[in-house]
Design a protein around this ligand. Structure first.
Ligand code: ZN
Length: 319
């Protein structure tokens, strides 16, 4: 009976069956994300691949936040490296050698914790050129990107054995950190063939960035965790082909989470105001999924374009 006991312990019928949710709500197609390389399926174009469509709670059968931008069959940008993203990065067939940039939208665990795993994995690869990593500056509550990397890989860091990643000439490559002031006007950076714009976004007291990437005549934006009520970000993403917004709270939520996240109505309003071509809801949290019908109706009050629900490893061509 030991086996039977173990089997019973592996099942948890009380969980929401998020895998049964539709991946396409209206007018869009997420494609088949089941382990097939997004880059191989779109060898001559731009595509978004979702590496993690979940939030911070380990009860939703999804990796935490992470996204790849594929350009002509190569993964060029990794936006967020939350828990589980390293596994889906491997499953996607992406190569660390191809990355032009890694972005940490902010330094909450569900957006950053797999970075050391990515760097350690890269140690065994062929990368020799520096790896640009972009993130926010700090405040009294959070370290800036530079201090965060120092706390991981610096001489007194938790992973000081990977200190080569911050010191020229000691390992196969170095991290090239770039802090963007969350309270500033934003920055525009050229990274290979990518034009990347990063601007501060409102996420409570957490320094956080939203990102727009333009490449090959296409554009996509990552809201990250935020309220989506700040004109800087909405202005920066005007007319993008696709926006990834985070579905963290239900429409009827109140209290402190409203200072951190956008309810569906705010997501729809921002997408409509910026005239985005397609909207992808990701960073699903169970509390938001339980109110999904109401949330979609709230989005539809203002945004009429194609609306997709992210799933891990789904691949979305940007056409
Ligand atoms: Zn988050």
């Amino acid at each position: 009976m030991v086996g039977g006991l173990l089997l019973a312990g592996c099942q948890h019928p009380a969980r929401v069956a998020t895998a049964e949710l539709p991946s396409s709500v209206d007018g869009g197609d997420l494609g088949d994300g089941a382990g097939v390389s997004c880059g191989a399926r779109h060898p001559g174009g731009i595509a978004l691949q979702i590496l993690g469509s979940g939030g911070p709670i380990a009860d939703d059968r999804r990796a935490s936040s992470g996204y790849l931008v594929w350009v002509d069959g190569r993964a060029r940008a990794l936006v967020d490296v939350g828990g589980g993203v390293i596994l889906n990065f491997a499953a996607s067939g992406a190569a660390i050698e191809d990355l032009e940039v890694v972005v940490l939208s902010h330094l909450h665990v569900d957006h950053s914790v797999d970075l050391p795993a990515l760097i350690k994995s890269a140690y065994f690869g062929e990368r020799s050129r520096p790896l640009p990593v972009i993130g926010p500056d700090g405040n009294d509550l959070f370290p800036g990107l530079g201090d965060y990397l120092g706390a991981l890989f610096g001489e007194q860091g938790a992973y000081r054995y990977l200190g080569w990643a911050l010191r020229e000439g000691e390992g196969p490559f170095v991290i090239e950190p770039h802090e963007v002031a969350a309270a500033g006007e934003g920055e525009r950076l050229e990274l290979g063939e990518l034009q990347l714009s990063a601007v501060g976004v409102p996420h409570g007291a957490v320094p956080a960035l939203g990102v727009r990437i333009d490449v090959g005549g296409r554009s996509l934006a990552f809201a990250g965790d935020q309220r989506l009520d700040d004109a800087r970000f909405i202005g920066a993403i005007a007319g993008v082909d696709l926006l990834v917004a985070h579905h963290a709270i239900p429409e009827r939520s109140g209290g402190p989470v409203r200072t951190l996240h956008a309810p569906p109505s705010a997501i729809g309003a921002a997408a409509a105001k910026a005239k985005v071509g397609r909207l992808v809801l990701s960073h699903h949290m169970i509390r938001a999924l339980r109110g999904l019908d109401e949330g979609i109706a709230a989005i539809r009050e203002s945004y009429r374009g194609p609306l997709l629900l992210a799933e891990d490893l789904a691949c979305v061509p940007i056409e």
